[in-house]
Design a protein around this ligand. Structure first.
Ligand code: SF4
Ligand code: SF4
Length: 168
């Protein structure tokens, strides 16, 4: 019997495990413009990310295959992040010492543009504060979940995959 992957045992995909599934973009590409990262390690029959991509940057050998992004073709439109029912697509963009990470935001309330939010790591721990720079509300998203882009210290770009909104 094959070994159960760590992400199934632990309930989250670590950065180390992600790198086993996905060849991440290099720093030059991360600085050019936002780039989509598929964090989808399970071979399931699911293809919306590949179907919606306007530049055919998302490749799948067959409907059960893991999506692979051709980073040079990605124009950072975020449609794959919006449409993914598994909330498994993100975008990352390095800007100086900051990074902007685009992610689905499932939990209410939805933050506003300019709002400071608490950054949550892959395991849900609070790791710092960030600022929301764009919001695509649910009614304008191609999927069922709002999409937000959050600016944060660059060193957190691969760990933060959710935020918490705290209002007085
Ligand atoms: S961000 Fe847009 S262009 Fe890039 S992979 Fe996703 S759908 Fe395609
Ligand atoms: S739409 Fe999401 S869950 Fe489905 S194959 Fe693409 S990345 Fe995976």
């Amino acid at each position: 019997m094959s070994e159960i992957p760590q992400y199934l045992k632990e309930g989250f995909l670590s950065v180390e495990e992600l790198k086993e599934y996905v060849k991440l973009p290099d720093e030059d590409r991360l600085r050019q413009r936002p780039v989509a990262i598929p964090e989808c390690p399970q071979e399931i029959p699911c293809t919306p990310c590949a179907e919606i991509c306007p530049t055919n940057a998302v490749l799948m050998e067959h409907p059960n295959a893991l999506p692979v992004v051709e980073y040079e073709k990605c124009i950072g439109c975020s449609l794959c992040v919006q449409i993914c029912p598994g909330l498994a697509f993100f975008m990352v963009h390095y800007i100086g010492e900051k990074a902007r990470v685009t992610m689905p935001h499932e939990i209410l309330p939805v933050p506003k543009v300019g709002e400071e939010v608490i950054l949550l790591s892959r395991v849900g721990e609070e790791v710092g504060k960030g600022k929301v720079v764009t919001v695509i509300p649910r009614e304008k998203s191609k999927g069922d979940t709002p999409i937000i882009t959050v600016e944060m210290p660059r060193e957190l770009a691969w760990d933060v995959r959710a935020v918490k909104v705290v209002r007085e």
